[in-house]
Design a protein around this ligand. Sequence first.
Ligand code: ZN
Length: 342
Amino acid sequence: MKAFYAEEQKRHDPKAFLSSGAPQPNPEKPERIERLLAGARSTGLTVERPKNHGLGPISAVHTPEYLDFLQHIFIRWQRIEGASAEVIPNIHPIARNGSYPASAVGQAGYHMADTACPISAETWNSALWSAWSAVEAAEAVMAGAASAYALCRPPGHHAFADVAGGFCFINNSAVAAQVLRKNSARVAILDVDLHHGNGTQGIFYARPDVLTVSLHADPVRFYPFFWGHADERGEGPGLGYNLNLPLPRKSGDEAFLEALAAAFQRIRAFAPEALVVALGLDAFEGDPFGGLSVTTPGFSRIGEAIAGLGLPTIIVQEGGYLCDALGDNLTAFLTGFGGKKD
Ligand SMILES: [Zn+2]
């Protein structure tokens, strides 16, 4: 299996982060890449640099207004006297159906869901290359590979069509799914990150051609709180094409694999022609977020189970934070999936 990644993805280095109101170092650190690269290489994957795919595949799932904001907001922010070093919102619209603000501060609140996704000089470029890694993986599978791994960082699944959030700016999994749609009438996205894939759900919520399924810690007491509940099933033509499988906090391997079986039942009924796995490794028992209790061998079983679907598959990296086993957990997943074989 090939892996895709570009050096530029390392340059985004967010500093600010609020955890339960307290300033903390941002956990979405560039060092994650080193650990994940080591994990991919020790599985036997070859790592290649993606091409520049331009804005086309990205603007297929994000609004022009939002992409313009991401590209230019840092420069505009620097012109505000006394502004913070990174773009961080301090006011949000309660409803988003009012007028679009002209000011940088207003637009930051409009386009950023929380304080976990500060924007610096390098953010836009890193996010672009992260998305292009996902595009390249999708194209590799469309060209005949059984599977491909996109080492996406910054991650993407909390990014909506026009909102950043939770360390995410461009929704790499959604970009990959939309690219796959060129050759596939139906694409499924299976999100196994600890956190609900709210941005991905939002992007495809009214569409019946992309099935979104997410396993995650129950948002009743966990980020992202406002999405990820079992009664969110899609809307309009997309009704029935979103499945949320929230798990009790600290659930381990058996509960996760049981929920995965329910996910597979829905995916098989949908009969997709391709699969995107939004692979967060933060469901790990030793992850700093501590939401679920999946073990390293558990990731191997999860990978093996997903391979059993027998679909052309793109694996897109989402979360998973610094801990000793981060690289090993990727190796476990990819080995279980059978990544060494092709
Ligand atoms: Zn996560």
